[in-house]
Design a binder for this molecule. Structure first.
Ligand SMILES: [Zn+2]
Length: 206
């Protein structure tokens, strides 16, 4: 009972050797799995473009339907390209936020470029990046200092290197940049001046 004869190869085979087909009385195909496999392989060899042509034809027939679906997706902003764009924009936004937070090179360079410096300038005078970074760092600490006494110690430590930068700039530019250890605002202002002076030197050299 659990065997039947394949009408193709005429072999008596187990029922598990036949694929299911609801259209037939016993719910199984007339031909065994091995025969169907052989038939499919032969068909593919004889008609190599059959599948491609079939889908081409299918697409042609259903083109309006596809176009309608695509239009809906496009209008809803849910095509894969639009979704990827959104994801990518979110990712880059977050990256820039983090870069600004930790005063990364991209962020600091961006600040300098807005002051009129080019990539080439920054390659030739990499110390400008450090000066700008310290300037922003000190400004941020000043803001924080308003709410916290501990930050004051940090500021004093930070200012050590800012003073050093001003001193070096002073030598190069003959600018008068007074330094008062207790006057943070003046120091920041002078660091800004020092930075602008360095930029001016660069412009004159060109
Ligand atoms: Zn067979």
């Amino acid at each position: 009972m659990n065997k039947k004869v394949c009408t193709k190869c005429n072999k008596n085979k187990c029922l598990t050797e036949f694929t299911k087909n609801k259209n037939y009385k016993d719910g199984l195909n007339y031909h065994c799995k091995a025969c169907i496999k052989e038939y499919n392989e032969n068909f593919k060899l004889k008609n190599p473009n059959y599948q491609k042509d079939y889908f081409k034809e299918y697409y042609k027939k259903n083109k309006p339907k596809y176009q309608e679906t695509n239009k809906k997706h496009y209008e809803a902003g849910t095509t894969s390209i639009q979704r990827d764009k959104e994801k990518w924009a979110k990712y880059t936004d977050e990256w820039h936020r983090q870069d600004a937070k930790k005063l990364g090179k991209t962020y600091v360079k961006g600040l300098l470029k807005r002051k009129g410096l080019t990539n080439q300038d920054l390659i030739e005078m990499p110390s400008l990046i450090d000066v700008q970074k310290e300037l922003v760092e000190t400004k941020r600490m000043m803001k924080k200092e308003k709410n916290s006494n501990i930050a004051k110690i940090d500021i004093e430590l930070e200012l050590g290197s800012v003073f050093q930068t001003i001193k070096e700039t002073q030598k190069k530019t003959n600018l008068n940049l007074p330094q008062e250890k207790d006057n943070i605002a003046l120091t920041i202002n002078n660091t800004g001046k020092a930075l602008r002076a360095l930029i001016e030197i660069k412009k004159v050299q060109k």
